[in-house]
Design a protein around this ligand. Sequence first.
Ligand code: IFM
Length: 446
Amino acid sequence: MKDEHSAASDLTIARSDFPQDFLFSTATSAYQIEGHSFGGAGRTHWDAFAAQPGKVDRGEDGAIACDHFHRWPEDLDLIRDCGLDAYRFSTSWARIMPDGVNVNPEGLDFYDKLVDGMLERGIRPMATLYHWELPETLSQQGGWLTGDVPRRFADFTVVVANRLGDRLYSVAPVNEPWCVSWLSHYAGYHAPGLTGVANAAKAMHHVALAHGLSATVLRDKGIANVGAASNFEYVLPATDSAADQKAAQLYDGLVNRWFAQAMFKGSYPEDILEGFLPHMPKGWQDDLSIIHQKLDWFGVNYYTCKRIHATDGVWPYGGEVSGDLPKTDMGWEIYPEGLTALLKRVASDFTDDTPLFITENGLANPDTPSRPDLERIDFYDKHLKACLAAIETGVPLVGYTAWSLMDNYEWTLGYDKRFGLVHVDFETQSRTPKASYHALARALAR
Ligand code: IFM
C-alpha cells in the first residue's frame, strides 16, 4: 500500500517498546459498519430511534453504513496489512436473532465466515456480543428496563458460543455498559432515548445482570478468555467547591465505579445506591453473585476527561463544563495523563492482577483522504506513551485497541464524526488508509 506521508508523520513509539506478548488491535462494531439492511437482520432500537425526528443528526441510520457485510474481506486485509494482531468486532443480536429469539442462519453464517477470515489472515478474533443494537421487538417489550432482556441475552450468548466459541480469541458480553444504560435511559442521548433516574437505575442493574448471565454461559461452555469492556473517564470537579466535588464523585460512581465494582467485588457503590434504591428492580441484591463472575481480562475504553459542576435540582446534581485542553471533533478534551491514572486506579481498586486491555481509544477528526491526519498520530502517540507509563508502574496491561479501523456510524452524530484509521467515502464505499494507518503500520513493524 502506498504511503505518501512517511516523512511528515510518525509515531515515536515502536512495538519493541512494549512487553513481548503485548497485543495491538483495532475495533469496530456491527451496527456501525455492517449495513443492517443486508442479510436478513431484524430491526433494532437504533433503527427506531434514528427514525424519530431530531434524535440523530440528519436522521442517519446504519442501513448501509460501511457495507462491511459485503466488503469484509477487503476490511480484514486492511487489518492484516497494518500488522495488527487482533480485531475487536461485535456480533449483532438482531442480525443473528432478528426478533431477539429466533435464529437467522444467514446472520450466524456471516460471523462464521468473518471469524474464519480473521484466522486465515493471522488475526485474533476478539468478540463483543452486544454493542448496542437491541432487537426492536425486545425494546418494544420494555428492553433493558425488564429482567427478561438479560435472560434473552444469555440465550443469545448460547447461540453465539455454540457456533463461534471454538475459534474466538476472547469474548466480552457487553460493550460500555454505562452507555447502554445511563446514556440511553437517563440522558436519552442514545437509543431508546429514555430519561430519568427511575429508568436508569433499572437499566444499570439489568445490563450488569446481562453481563453476569452471559459470562456464566461462556464459562459453562468452556469458552476461553472471557472479559468485559467498560467506559472510563477521568473525572475532575469543575472547581474546589464542596458541591462540585460531590457532583464529580457521583459522576465518577456512575461511569467508573458502578459496573467495575459489581463485576469485581460483587457490590454496588453506596453513594450511587443512595440515588438508585427507590427505583431498583425487586430482588436486585440476589443478582450480585451472578454479576460477580471471574474474568480473565478487563477492558478499559478511554477517550477523555470530564469536568463536573453541581447543578440544583435532582440527584445526581451534576453537569459537564468544558475545559481548556485541546479538543477532538467530538468536543472531548485530549488528556492522555488520565489514561495512565485510570489504569493504575482500575488495577488497584478493582482488578488486582487481572490483565487489563485498552479495548477502545481514539479520536474523531474532520479527515479527508488527501490531508494527513497528524492529529490522530499525535493522539495515538500520546496515549500509547500513557500506556507505557502505566506498565512501568506495574499495571498488568496486555493490549491496546485503536478505535476505529474505519470511519463509521457515530450513533447520534451520524456519519459526520470520523474515528477511522481508514477513511471511508460513504457515497462510493471506497476505503483510503489515512496517514495514521501508515504510521501505526510502521510502528508495529519496528
Ligand atoms: O463509536 C463509539 C463506540 O461505538 C463505543 N465507544 C465510543 C466510540 C466513540 O464515541
